[in-house]
Design a protein around this ligand. Structure first.
Ligand code: UD2
Ligand code: MN
Length: 346
């Protein structure tokens, strides 16, 4: 939609340029004739001096209008640090909350996408959320995440990648699908891979990418806000389009719970990238309580798969991610991609 507005502006400007061009050539042509010939032309074209003046005035006012529109369209870049940040927030999870209310609170979001109206965002970020049967968690996340991202003055879109059917869940493959589908919409430079049940508590935890892959969950309420273990890379991570491409994305072979986040860490470290984290006092999340979902039992193969990552990463990832997109719904607050990703082999 943003692209469309830009195209409309450019094509309007082109029309004015063509009009001016035409007028100038008519004037030049007229100037090259004198006396009687001039009169003949006037008669033929029936353009009188008054009409010519009127036309010129009209054009001038159109040009003035166009350049005015242009000035207001060229926004200044947003400040390096958003003045809208508030720091730690007290999160609420009201059981009475519903989607219509959250939509009403976020009228500035169109088809899951937002950009600041008063300045040009410094970052374009796609948020990818793997999902099945967690509607309530999704609602809480949308409720908190939209204003959170707006306070960070980002250009962003939220994509929910919904696994169709009831085969074993595959978080990592859904995130690969999200990446491949989102880059068809826009050249997002940064991707946030985001669990549906993790709500950020502090808006100084910036949803942007860096020279190195970023892990945004240092602590969660349920683990006393401590890092689970040194190489922990689960929950919410931020990688640029190029970083994720360089590691060939996630493995597609982790069906069920666990291991896929460690596999991504191995890929990242193998490319000599180093995981960085925001300070512990801001990288804090509330995880909405849940039990292990049916269809997402512990993946017993995960240790075996992890031992093969350094051999397999080249042939297992974005370049081998096969799926059928069943539908793409552009809802007010997110883009929903429902996808058939198949089932585990064996
Ligand atoms: C941890 C990691 C998570 C992932 C997982 C192992 C943290 C904070 N998170 O989460 O990133 O590595 O372990 O796979 O450490 N989901 C559904 N429907 C389902 C099952 C899963 O939508 O039926 C999605 C949802 O986005 C959920 C995510 O997958 O947040 C991870 O699953 P989980 O929340 O059951 O696993 P958890 O909390 O142990
Ligand atoms: Mn969880």
């Amino acid at each position: 939609m943003i692209v469309c507005t830009a195209i409309k502006k450019v094509s309007r400007k082109c029309k004015y340029a063509v009009l001016i061009g035409l007028l100038l050539s008519v004037l030049a042509w007229k100037a090259s004739f004198t006396g009687d010939t001039n009169k003949t032309i006037d008669d033929n074209f029936a353009i009188t001096q008054t009409e010519e003046d009127k036309l010129r005035d009209e054009l001038n006012s159109r040009i003035a209008e166009a350049s005015h529109t242009n000035i207001s369209a060229e926004k200044d870049e947003c400040p390096e640090k958003s003045p809208l940040l508030v720091g730690a927030s007290k999160l609420t999870f009201e059981s009475s909350l519903n989607l219509k209310d959250v939509e009403k609170e976020n009228k500035v979001v169109t088809k899951g996408e937002y950009e600041p109206s008063d300045c040009k965002a410094r970052h374009s970020v796609a948020i990818l959320i793997p999902h099945r049967n967690r509607e309530r968690h999704l609602l809480y996340l949308l409720h908190h995440l939209h204003p959170f991202l707006q306070r960070q003055q980002l250009h962003y879109a939220i994509y929910v990648i919904h696994q169709a059917g009831d085969a074993t869940f595959n978080r990592a493959k859904l995130l690969n699908v999200g990446y491949l589908e989102a880059i068809k919409d826009f050249s997002w430079e940064c991707f946030i891979f985001h669990d549906v049940d993790l709500v950020p508590e502090n808006d100084h935890n910036l949803y942007i990418c860096d020279q190195q892959p970023r892990h945004l969950v240092v602590g969660r309420n349920v683990t006393g806000y401590k890092l689970r273990y040194k190489g922990y890379f689960g929950g919410v991570t931020a990688m640029t389009k190029d970083q994720f491409f360089q590691v060939n994305g996630f493995s597609n072979n982790y069906w069920g719970w666990g291991g896929e986040d460690d596999d991504l860490r191995v890929r990242v470290e193998q490319q000599k990238m180093k995981i960085v984290r925001p300070p512990a006092n801001v990288a804090r999340y509330t995880m909405v309580f849940h039990k292990r979902d049916s269809g997402n039992q512990v993946n017993k193969n995960r240790m075996r798969l992890l031992r093969q990552t350094t051999k397999m990463w080249r042939v297992d990832g974005l370049n081998s991610c096969l799926y059928d997109t069943l539908s793409v719904g552009r809802y007010p607050l997110y883009v929903n991609i429902t996808v058939n990703i198949g089932q585990p082999q064996s």
